[in-house]
Design a protein around this ligand. Structure first.
Ligand SMILES: Nc1ncnc2c1ncn2[C@@H]1O[C@H](COP(=O)(O)OP(=O)(O)O)[C@@H](O)[C@H]1O
Ligand SMILES: [Mg+2]
Length: 372
């Protein structure tokens, strides 16, 4: 979709380039986050893509075409742009803000208004209420959504966004990020956006580009950035809690063990003791006829029981996790109830295995990279 090849920006008179030999490829429908400290060249890189800044050397290809050969008006029409701090025009209504580019393209007023109303629906703002509002009468989150609607106005396949969530407080930011991902499910744009927040990048990105002083330190999936930082700088930037950050990228279904460790009413205690011995966790989950977890039994308990098992023998289950829960929420739940494991169920509530402290640690065991 978009490819940067050895792209450099050098300002006259400056000792060093501000962007230096960047190589990067982003596929259609992907979200790529440009991440790094202030002044490292993120905004410059973004602006070179729609030629608000002209690169000094290298090539930028959009759908295989060199952007230098594309008429700049045509180029910008195919690229939505959300500038830093949203940048709504204060003297224009929401409708007028959204319609700036369509009107420049000569759309008639009725067509532009229909498009504005449709876009407000997409970003979950009622057109009847918001078309006529002015930016000063919007909350930060609403202004953000209008900024996104404006960038989507001409349905460009590529969107560039400069710190789109930067000005929003942390609680609303989480909500708006979730909403943005929901919108992206519908519109499936290719998105390149700038952030300086590693948590935001991990949450939103398919690919993360980590910049340092104009150079690309690592261009990789969020999980690889966290699990295998390529340089000490990246390791420092993602933080010493990178193992914890990875938890949100992994789901319970990836950390399941003990699928066979189940017991049912009427099973013989001796048989179940064999199952426990094979499992290694020292317990079995007691399930009902529909395979729903009802309780659990420990190896020590089983040694005290002769004959057949019934639910009366079992301890209550500490809680359950669901297959699609991310491990961050599973671990939070485990801490909250002071348990080192949770039985995990599918969408119908049927037992599929156990998530345990041990299985999580095994899953997150960081590959040895030589970087602390
Ligand atoms: N027009 C310009 N002339 C000279 N230097 C510039 C100009 N615009 C930006 N810079 C410099 O380029 C570097 C990268 O800036 P920028 O891309 O805005 O960083 P970021 O978005 O990562 O914070 C900074 O050191 C900035 O001072
Ligand atoms: Mg910037």
């Amino acid at each position: 979709m978009i490819e940067l090849s050895n792209v450099t920006k050098r300002y006259p008179g400056a000792a060093a380039p501000v962007v230096d030999g960047i190589d990067m490829k982003v596929g259609a429908g992907e979200i790529c986050v440009l991440l790094g400290p202030s002044g490292c060249g993120k905004t410059t890189t973004l602006k070179m893509i729609n030629r608000l800044v002209q690169h000094t050397s290298g090539k930028i290809l959009l759908e295989g075409r060199d952007t230098d050969g594309i008429d700049v008006v045509e180029l910008r029409r195919s690229i939505g742009y959300v500038i830093q701090q949203i940048g709504l025009f204060p003297n224009m209504t929401v409708e007028e803000n959204i319609c700036v580019v369509p009107r420049l393209l000569g759309w008639d007023k009725a067509k532009a208004r229909r498009r504005a109303a449709e876009l407000l629906e997409i970003v979950a703002l009622d057109p009847a209420v918001y078309l006529t509002r002015y930016p000063k009468d919007l909350s930060g989150g609403q202004a953000q959504r209008v900024g996104v609607a404006r960038a989507l106005a001409t349905d460009p396949p590529l969107m560039l966004m400069d710190e789109p969530f930067g000005a929003i407080d942390p609680i609303n930011r989480e909500m708006i990020q979730d909403e943005f991902l929901r919108i992206q499910q519908k519109v499936r744009k290719t998105i390149i956006f700038v952030s300086h927040d590693i948590d935001e990048a991990v949450k939103m990105a398919d690919r993360v580009a980590i910049f340092r002083a104009g150079k690309l330190e690592q261009f990789d999936s969020p999980d690889n950035i966290l699990a295998r930082p390529a340089t000490p700088f990246v390791a420092g930037f993602v933080g010493t809690d990178r193992a914890l950050k990875r938890l949100r990228l992994v789901r319970a279904k990836d950390a399941i063990s003990d699928a066979e460790c189940v017991a049912r009413a009427g099973d013989s205690s001796a048989e179940v003791r064999t199952i426990v011995a094979r499992g290694g966790s020292g317990r079995v989950v007691f399930v009902d006829a529909a395979n729903r977890p009802q309780g659990y039994l420990t190896a020590a308990q089983l040694h005290e029981i002769d004959g057949t098992l019934s639910l009366a023998h079992a301890h209550p289950v500490p809680g359950v996790a669901r297959l699609d829960d991310d491990l961050r929420s599973v671990v939070s739940a485990m801490f909250a109830i002071d348990s080192s494991w949770l039985p995990t169920v599918d969408a119908d509530g049927r037992y599929v295995g156990v998530v345990s402290q041990k299985s999580i640690i095994e899953l997150l065991r960081l590959p040895h990279t030589g970087v602390a």
